[in-house]
Design a protein around this ligand. Structure first.
Ligand code: ADP
Length: 445
């Protein structure tokens, strides 16, 4: 097992990794920016090293600084969390060169899945259904030809995209070339890569994703699916497991195909295969996330598998202890992302938290970076807490998340708490009959 792990991240996910390491008895090293000096991940790690100023590009994305910290602290592994360097094949390669284990898949797999157009091709070859679409669009003519083949409406997506950014919907042929140019320049600005491709745009689909785990001995399992259709601006706000619409038969069948596809590309560690499900119930692969995800706790709550501990153990060369036939989904879990932002405009709302008391009680879990007097800085992502509730069935999970939201004290900043309170009381949400347009189409009062 590893002797010491550096956590190359901040916020709740850095704390989550520290929890796993403590349970595995592995000492941890936190890295932090000057703005995060008073953060909980700094407090709870065994050692902490400042890696630069507040700006992410000079700290949490600063590879030389992070590697220097790893060498100074003499760690033998780095957990990248999610975001920042978690999907950087370059960073994974630098770790390899420095003989530090990167807790994630091999760099070449990160690279392949990081290009969403290539990932589509690879998964199609591996036998998974994909949405009709194109490869990278090199010339205007390619786009016009693809439009004729794919039909309208369509969505232009950045090959290096993520976080719901860099997507453009095209409903009329006349909009295509202008949308293409805008998408290209947005992609270049956001991801440093202007490659774009297009896909048929599905009307109000459901976003359903499968959690996979793979070890270095050729074993791959899936932990069922997560329903992530409650989104704002193509970004997830509420996730749950299992999905209200996936039957055990469908789960077994698609899950089996996914494990085979993932094994074929030489995948190792935890990953997520994302799909859209159209209104006829057909699934289409959209992308793979080669890291732990924000919403992993709902899967942990229903399967009892600690995904972060598994990540560390398989990275250390251990075999997966759980076989597919031992994976059972018990009850239902729902997660609400509590963001420091205006509930209607979703504009960030940084500032001092004046009062903070997270809820407890049966079936409730809170993963958070917050405490009373904590100052939410404008430098980083606006998510400050994840509230997760588990129940024997969906009805109980809903009862628990509703009362937990009511008992969540968070004052001094604006947040999405109240929006969540309204969503979980909405009849349509409660019925399980919704798609990705839910938030846009629903008057929550
Ligand atoms: P990102 O990597 O930025 O998260 P994804 O490809 O995962 O982008 O898509 C994010 C969300 O955008 C999906 O959950 C869905 O709501 C919407 N979306 C993406 N592709 C399509 C599509 N072809 N049709 C309809 N909605 C889509």
């Amino acid at each position: 097992m590893f002797k010491k792990i550096l956590v190359a991240n901040r916020g709740e996910i850095a704390l989550r990794v520290i929890c796993a390491c403590k349970e595995l008895n592995i000492p941890t090293v936190a890295v932090y920016s000057e703005a995060d000096r008073h953060s909980l991940h700094v407090r709870f790690a065994d050692e902490a090293l400042c890696i630069g100023p507040a700006s992410s590009s000079e700290s949490y994305l600063n590879i030389p600084s992070i590697i220097s910290a790893a060498e100074v602290a003499n760690v033998d592994a780095i957990h990248p969390g999610y975001g920042y360097l978690a999907e950087s094949d370059h960073f994974a390669e630098v770790c390899e060169t420095c003989e530090i284990k990167f807790i994630g898949p091999p760099p070449k797999v990160i690279r392949m899945m990081g290009d969403k157009a290539r990932a589509r091709e690879a998964m199609q070859e591996a036998g998974l259904p994909i949405i009709p679409g194109s490869g990278i669009l090199a010339e205007k003519e390619d786009a016009l030809k693809a439009l004729d083949e794919v039909g309208l409406p369509l969505i232009i997506k950045a090959a290096a995209g993520g976080g719901g950014r860099g997507m453009r919907i095209v409903r009329e042929k006349g909009q295509l070339l202008e949308a293409l140019e805008t998408a290209r320049s947005e992609a270049k600005a956001a991801f440093g890569n202007s490659d774009v491709y297009l896909e048929r745009y599905l009307d109000n689909p459901r976003h359903i994703e499968f959690q996979v785990l793979a070890d270095s001995h050729g074993n791959t399992i899936h932990l069922g699916e997560r329903e992530c259709s409650i989104q704002r601006r193509h970004q997830k706000l509420i996730e749950e497991s299992p999905s209200p619409v996936v039957s055990q038969e469908e789960r077994d069948k698609l899950g089996g195909q996914i494990c085979q596809a993932v094994a074929e590309i030489g995948y190792e560690n935890a990953g997520t295969m994302e799909f859209l499900r159209d209104q006829k119930g057909r699934f289409y692969f959209i992308e793979m996330n080669t890291r732990v995800q924000v919403e992993h706790p709902v899967t942990e709550m229903v399967t009892g598998v600690d995904i972060v501990k598994e990540q560390i153990e398989v990275a250390a060369g251990k075999k997966l202890e759980t076989r597919q036939d031992q994976v059972t989904l018990s009850g239902n879990a729902i997660e609400c992302r509590i963001n420091a932002e205006h509930p209607r405009t979703f504009a960030p709302s940084p500032g001092r938290i004046t009062a903070y008391h997270p809820p407890g009680g049966p079936g409730v879990r809170v993963d958070s970076l917050a405490y009373a007097d904590y100052v939410v800085t404008p430098h980083y992502d606006s998510m400050i807490a994840k509230l997760i509730a588990h129940g024997a069935n969906r009805k109980e999970a809903l009862q628990r998340i509703s009362r937990a939201l009511d008992m969540f004290v968070l004052e001094g900043i604006e947040s999405t708490l109240d929006l969540h309170r309204r969503i979980v009381r909405n009849e349509r949400f409660r019925s399980g009959d919704f798609g990705t347009s839910f938030l846009q189409d629903t008057d929550l009062g």
